[in-house]
Design a protein around this ligand. Structure first.
Ligand SMILES: *Cc1c(COP(=O)(O)O)cnc(C)c1O
Length: 397
């Protein structure tokens, strides 16, 4: 997945443009900047690449989720349905708005189970937020139907899935709003950065305001701008945007390399009838950022995971035993360990986590291993890795 493996002359050239004129800020300073508007150019490039009408850059992917939710009108006391397998940022972003993350089971797509979503809807539910984990997607048709039937917003956390598609359209462009991260380990990196995309012109206009203190960006002189709404500062710097601009132009190449490496590993593991792969909804095409496979049971998955570590098969994750990505180890959320006070609505809204179990998800995450696909591997390295993986699995079954 990581674009950082592949920095080169293109990234350097874009960053040098910024350093040459010294304008590190995305707005204003028109006379000094020698025509370089890297953040704006990156937004245009995202729109073109992902075939979406509007893209708003922000400081990071976590901010992208908070901004998308705020734009969709979600705030204090509202419930947002999301999967129990994701990165912690997804619920942090909900909590920062005073809203309530309602965690539900995943299925063998490793993201939201539509039936679990329907069961979790209450009169406080305002949005459904699928997280397209590890480069593949939730069943978007089913989720869009549920959202429509119940008058809910659909917000896609596509932070790990840039370049993946569903029925011919890019992930992140199905929902009312979609979110991307360009942090250091994502497919495309700015160092730190993120984006909110939408086809809704009103959301786009509000995104422009909201992410820069409510400024309307009308006219050249920042001092004379109006601020029709309260906003906040989620601005990306020109330096970060410059790196991303070089990276996004290479997205299709990155995806092609990922697909090639993924396919070699997947074919190697396909010799085992006991090994199965995550379900990709019909019409979906992964971004091939990760290869996700299931072993017959938890013990075997643990064995394979530790043999991978012993034999040097790096960057493979058994999320069941990891802190960051699965409900099992999110004690801080379950016990509401915030550094800021939360409302009674949030306290009551999160009480379900004291007793709710996630057996259906345990069944998938317990048996799953997720291997990062790197861009920098040579074909020989991929084949050697495939052999090590086959050996580890053979020895553990
Ligand atoms: C990385 C990530 C985020 C947050 O992005 P940052 O840029 O690191 O803030 C949110 N959701 C998911 C699923 C992620 O993987």
């Amino acid at each position: 997945m990581p674009g950082f493996e592949s920095f080169g002359a293109l990234e350097r050239k874009e960053v040098e443009d910024v350093l040459d004129n010294g304008v590190l800020m995305r707005y204003g300073f028109d006379a000094m900047r020698n025509g370089h508007y890297k953040a704006q150019s990156l937004e245009e490039e995202i729109q073109k690449t992902l075939e979406v009408n509007h893209a708003q850059l922000v400081t990071n992917g976590t901010a992208a989720v908070s901004v998308a939710l705020a734009l969709a009108g979600i705030g204090a006391g509202d419930e947002v349905i999301m999967p129990c397998f994701t990165f912690v940022a997804s619920f942090e972003a909900i909590m920062m708005l005073g809203a309530i993350p309602v965690l539900v089971d995943i299925d063998d797509t490793l993201t939201l189970n539509p039936e679990a979503v329907t069961k979790a809807i209450t009169n406080k539910t305002k949005a459904i937020m699928p997280v397209h984990m590890c480069g593949s997607m939730a069943n978007l048709d089913a989720l869009m139907t549920i959202a429509k039937d119940h008058n809910l917003k659909l917000i896609e956390d596509a932070c790990q899935a840039i370049g993946g598609t569903y029925k011919g359209k890019y992930l992140g462009t199905y929902g009312d709003l979609g979110c991307f991260s360009f942090d250091f380990v994502k497919t495309i990196t700015c160092g730190e950065g993120g984006a909110v995309v939408t086809n809704n012109a009103q959301y786009a206009k509000n995104a422009d305001l909201f992410t820069d203190h409510g400024h309307d960006h009308i006219g050249n002189d920042r001092g004379a701008e109006l601020h029709p709404y309260l906003g906040y500062n989620f601005r990306i710097s020109e330096l970060n945007a410059a790196v991303g601009l070089a990276q996004i132009r290479r997205l299709k190449d990155f995806i092609a390399i990922q697909k090639k490496n993924y396919t070699i590993l997947r074919e190697a593991l396909s010799v085992f009838p006991e090994v199965t792969f995550r379900t990709v909804p019909e019409g979906g095409e992964e971004s091939y950022a990760f290869l996700n496979f299931f072993l017959p049971d938890l013990d075997t998955a643990r064995k394979v995971s530790s043999t991978f570590k012993e034999t040097g098969v790096d960057a493979c994750f058994h999320y069941y035993d990891n802190n960051w990505h699965y409900i099992r180890k999110w004690e801080h959320l379950k016990d509401i360990k915030t550094l800021y006070p939360v409302s009674n609505d949030v306290k009551n809204g999160l009480a379900y986590l004291q007793t709710k179990t996630f057996e259906a998800s345990d069944h998938f995450i317990g048996r799953n291993i997720s291997c990062l696909i790197k861009l920098s591997w040579t074909e020989q390295q991929v084949r050697e890795r495939a052999q090590l993986m086959v050996d580890a699995i053979k020895q553990s079954l």
